[in-house]
Design a binder for this molecule. Structure first.
Ligand SMILES: [Fe+2]
Ligand SMILES: [Fe+2]
Length: 197
């Protein structure tokens, strides 16, 4: 199978395949993230086709069963960290970054990394990683306290500020709910803050 030509994708075919992997509301979320990522690409001068495709497939492993996770972990020798193990809410991004290579034949490293780090962020994120991280948060159906502030920052040229605000919100939420913080989210936040002083 040839690598997917990311500038000439058959959207309907990819959406049809995704519809067998995702629940209808998650498929709609994925389409919304793809469309939002295109809007952000216009603002931040990024390749719209790559942003659309990354948005579309970012959650493809969200509903994987334990057997499906085990299959991919074994096939690609994926190293899940202790927080990701048995936690699909965190691991679907890492697993998904291999699934998109396997199922959709996407071999573009920017897209692979944007999918891989969309839940936690990481130190020194690429433009596409930032676009997908924020599009996932602010797509049109998202509705949570503070989402309008994130939209305002994201659509007004303040992508890093949007990320810092979003990571702060997440870290505060995790602390208030007595949950573990993924160290990559802390690294992402600290890196962005140091870059933006
Ligand atoms: Fe996700
Ligand atoms: Fe998502």
């Amino acid at each position: 199978m040839n690598n997917l030509d990311i500038h000439n994708i058959d959207k309907d075919k990819i959406i049809e395949k995704l519809s067998t992997m995702l629940k209808p509301n998650r498929l709609q979320h994925s389409i919304n993230v793809a469309n939002c990522a295109v809007k952000l690409s216009e603002i931040y001068s990024y390749d719209k086709d790559k942003a659309y495709l990354a948005g579309l497939v970012h959650d493809c492993a969200k509903y994987f069963t334990k057997d499906q996770v085990d299959f991919y972990v074994k096939k690609y020798n994926i190293k899940l960290d202790p927080l990701e193990t048995n936690n699909i809410a965190l691991s679907h991004s890492v697993i998904g970054s291999f699934v998109i290579q396997d199922v959709f034949n996407i071999q573009d490293m920017d897209i692979i990394n944007a999918v891989r780090y969309h839940t936690t962020g990481r130190e020194n994120m690429s433009t596409l990683e930032k676009i997908i991280f924020m599009a996932d948060m602010i797509e049109e159906d998202r509705n949570f306290p503070g989402v309008d502030e994130l939209r305002k920052l994201s659509f007004n040229g303040q992508l890093d500020k949007a990320l810092i605000t979003s990571l702060n919100n997440t870290i505060k939420f995790v602390i208030e709910n007595n949950q573990l913080i993924h160290p990559r989210s802390v690294s992402a936040r600290n890196y962005l803050m140091q870059e933006n002083i």
